[in-house]
Ligand binder design. Structure first.
Ligand code: GRG
Length: 303
C-alpha cells in the first residue's frame, strides 16, 4: 500500500503499537488536564470530560508528539501542547454541532454535547476548553517557547483560521464553485489546526527552520488529504464507524471535493496530497515512519 517507505508486517506492527501507546498516553494526560478545582460546577466538569474523553482518534495531539520526536524530543516533552490542540479541536466540534451551526445529534458515536446536556452547557464547555488549552500552553518551558506556541495556536484557532474558515463555510458555501475557494475554506477550517499541531511539536523540540519548513509542507498536504477523505467518507462512509451522520454535505448542498471533482478525481487528489506529504519528510528516513504511516493511512480511512 505504501510506495515511499516500504512497509513489511513487522514494521506495521511496531508503528501500530507505537501509535496505540501514544493514544493511551494522550488520554491519560487529558484526564489529568481535565481535573478542575473548586469553582468548576460538577455539571460543567462532567460535560467537559464527556466531550474530551469521548472516543476520538486523537490525530492532532499524536501529530504534535510525533513532530516533537522527529526533532529529538521524547513523548512527554510535548504533552502540554498535545493536550492543548486536542482541547481546541474538541471545543470546535462541540460548537460546530450546535443547532446554530451544523445542528448534529451524533458525534464520536455518542449524543452531541448539547443533546446530552443542553445548549448553554455546550457553549460553556467550548469556552472553558479554549481557556484550558491556553493554560496548558502556559506550562511549557522555557517561557520563550511557551510564548511562541501561544502565538501560533491563538492564530490558528482565531478569526483568520479556524473561526474564519468556519464562518465562511457557514455563510459562503452557496457561492463557492472553484477548487481554490474550497481549498481556501478548508485550509483555515481544518488545515490550520493540523498544521499548528505539528508546528508546536517542532517548536517545543527546538527544531531548525528547515525542520519547520518540512513539517509545514507535510502538514499542508496532510490537512488537504484529511479533508478530501473526510468528504469521501460523507459520500460513502458507514455511519456506525464514522460516529456521526453521513450524507449530510449533499443534503445541505455543501460544496465538497467529490461534489466538485467527482469521486474518482477526488480520490486521486487525496493520493497526490499524501504522496507530497510523504516526500516532505522522506529525508528523515525511518525516524519519520509514524508520520509517514499516519498520512498514508488516510487513503484507507473508514472513520
Ligand atoms: C466552531 C470555530 C468552530 C469551528 C468548527 C471542527 C470544525 C470547525 C468543524 C467540524 C465539521 C467537520 C466535519 C470538519 C471536517 C474536518 C474535521 C474537523 C473532522 C473531525 O475531526 P476528526 O475526524 O475527529 O479528527 P475526532 O472525533 O476523531 O477527533
Amino acid at each position: 500500500m505504501h510506495e515511499l517507505l516500504a512497509y513489511n508486517k513487522d514494521m506495521e506492527k511496531v508503528v501500530s503499537l507505537t501509535l496505540r501507546g501514544l493514544k493511551s498516553l494522550i488520554d491519560e494526560a487529558l484526564e489529568v488536564a481535565l481535573q478542575f478545582g473548586e469553582g468548576c460546577p460538577p455539571r460543567l466538569a462532567e460535560a467537559l470530560r464527556y466531550v474530551v474523553l469521548a472516543p476520538g482518534k486523537r490525530l492532532r495531539p499524536t501529530l504534535t508528539i510525533l513532530a516533537n520526536k522527529l526533532v529529538g524530543g521524547s513523548s512527554l516533552d510535548a504533552i502540554e501542547a498535545a493536550c492543548a490542540v486536542e482541547m481546541i479541536h474538541a471545543y470546535s466540534l462541540v460548537h460546530d454541532d450546535l443547532p446554530a451551526m451544523d445542528d448534529d445529534d451524533l458525534r464520536r458515536g455518542r449524543p452531541t454535547c448539547h443533546k446530552q446536556f443542553d445548549e448553554a452547557t455546550a457553549i460553556l464547555v467550548g469556552d472553558a476548553l479554549q481557556a484550558r488549552a491556553f493554560e496548558q500552553i502556559a506550562r511549557i518551558r522555557p517561557p520563550e517557547v511557551a510564548v511562541a506556541c501561544l502565538q501560533r495556536l491563538a492564530h490558528a484557532a482565531g478569526a483568520e483560521n479556524l473561526v474564519g474558515g468556519q464562518m465562511d463555510d457557514l455563510i459562503g458555501s452557496a457561492g463557492v464553485n472553484s477548487l481554490e475557494q474550497l481549498q481556501a475554506i478548508h485550509r483555515r477550517k481544518t488545515g490550520a489546526m493540523f498544521l499548528v499541531s505539528l508546528e508546536l511539536g517542532v517548536l517545543v523540540g527546538g527544531g531548525s527552520q528547515d525542520d519547520l519548513d518540512r513539517i509545514r509542507d507535510y502538514g499542508d498536504n496532510y490537512g488537504l488529504a484529511f479533508q478530501i477523505t473526510d468528504d469521501l467518507l460523507d459520500v460513502a462512509g458507514d455511519e456506525q464507524k464514522v460516529g456521526k451522520r453521513v450524507g449530510k454535505d449533499s443534503d445541505m448542498n455543501k460544496l465538497t471535493y467529490p461534489g466538485l471533482l467527482g469521486v474518482e478525481a477526488a480520490r486521486q487528489h487525496a493520493a497526490d496530497a499524501v504522496a507530497n506529504a510523504r516526500r516532505a519528510i522522506e529525508c528523515y528516513g525511518e525516524q519519520a515512519i509514524c508520520l509517514d504511516y499516519l498520512v498514508a493511512s488516510l487513503l484507507e480511512r473508514d472513520r
